[in-house]
Ligand binder design. Structure first.
Ligand code: ISE
Length: 346
């Protein structure tokens, strides 16, 4: 017997939420876009009309709706806790964009709520785990051919971010969070200490904003990660890494979307190819794979991808990272004991 389609509601239809809504309506098998909601009702109405779905008055009405089986939370991070909690209360699978919440205490509350339920319903939108290059490097490392992973060098650049209301901490919490998760994924270890260094900032950053930033992670197995995050690079979206193992190094992100970005300048782009505009282009394959895998898992009554625990571990590093950004000193990351529900997750 064929299963009925999964009816998915999307909360928040800004850049990421509208991208997901379109993906669900047009490019994901076995799902239906069952509704959208956004504080900007005009934006929600226009999208709903274009994609042929309904608008819900508020996120909690959408979550509670009998016509919605599962939810994508793409609202700002500061409202995630209540929305994810409501999904858990209604027993609905939820794909929550990062960050899971704004700090480690609130993320841990979600871990505890899910643990009390006794089954995984939360997937956190760290899409890089679904990117073919990241998974290829992970598999190559797991094969043992290269020995232990020793070092990881991450580069993460955005063309620009809106200057109004932008704060340096947002680089740690909203951007570096991806490197936190990618490092945990590739090493298979926790980040135990974080240091955020503040070089002289670019003149393109807003007043008082430290951009770029350099962060160093110590991993629980003794490995080190260096991270450059530069959100006003003026060029485009560059995300790449080099993983240095005992026998050989593995690089990802140079040939994303089939282009080579060997030399990158503002005067006419890049030698050898084009720099992607933003994450929706660079990680389009990853987002498609993430949403498909999530929908398939929810339909099958299972869970896939980064868990609430992964979301919590990332916010714990971000919380420590924001303290380090303020002090310039290394800050230890202390995690709660991992509940059995998450044991054996990748
Ligand atoms: C944004 O929220 C994302 O998640 C992007 O992947 C990241 O590159 C960007 O810096 C963040 O602001």
């Amino acid at each position: 017997m064929t299963r009925p389609p999964l009816r998915v509601g999307v909360i928040g239809v800004g850049l990421m939420g509208s991208d997901h809504a379109e993906r669900i309506a047009l490019r994901t098998a076995g799902v239906l876009l069952a509704g959208v909601t956004d504080p900007d009702t005009e934006r929600a109405r226009a999208l709903a009309e274009r994609l042929g779905t309904t608008v819900h008055d508020d996120p909690f009405a959408l979550i509670a709706s009998p016509d919605v089986d599962a939810v994508v939370v793409a609202s700002p991070g500061f409202v995630h806790e209540d929305q994810v909690l409501a999904c858990l209360e209604h027993g609905k699978g939820v794909l929550c964009e990062k960050p899971l919440t704004m700090d480690d205490e609130s993320s841990l509350r979600l871990v505890e709520a899910e643990e009390a339920l006794g089954r995984r319903l939360v997937t956190v939108g760290f899409m890089r785990r679904f990117d073919p290059e990241y998974t290829a490097v992970k598999a190559a490392l797991a094969s043992g051919a290269h020995g232990r992973l020793l070092l990881l060098h991450n580069t993460h650049r955005n063309r620009s971010v809106p200057n109004a209301d932008f704060r340096s901490e947002m680089i740690v919490r909203d951007s570096l969070a991806h490197e936190v998760d990618a490092s945990r994924f590739l090493f298979g270890q926790e980040v135990v200490e974080v240091t955020v260094l503040s070089p002289a900032p670019t003149s393109h950053a807003g007043a008082g904003v430290v951009d770029p930033q350099v962060a160093v992670f110590r991993m629980s197995g003794g490995g080190l990660v260096t991270n450059e995050v530069f959100v006003n690079s003026q060029v485009g979206y560059e995300v790449r890494f080099e993983a240095v193992a005992e026998r050989g190094s593995l690089t990802a992100g140079l040939a994303s979307s089939g282009v080579l970005c060997t030399r990158v300048t503002t005067d006419g782009g890049a030698w050898g190819g084009v720099v992607p505009d933003d994450y929706r282009t660079r990680f389009a394959r990853a987002y498609d794979a993430e949403v498909q895998a999530w929908a398939d898992a929810v339909r099958a009554g299972t869970a896939v991808g980064p868990s609430a625990w992964d979301g919590y571990a990332a916010t714990a590093v971000s919380t420590a990272g924001m303290a380090s950004l303020a002090s310039g000193l290394p800050v230890p990351v202390r995690l709660a004991t991992q509940p059995a529900l998450y044991a054996g997750d990748d």
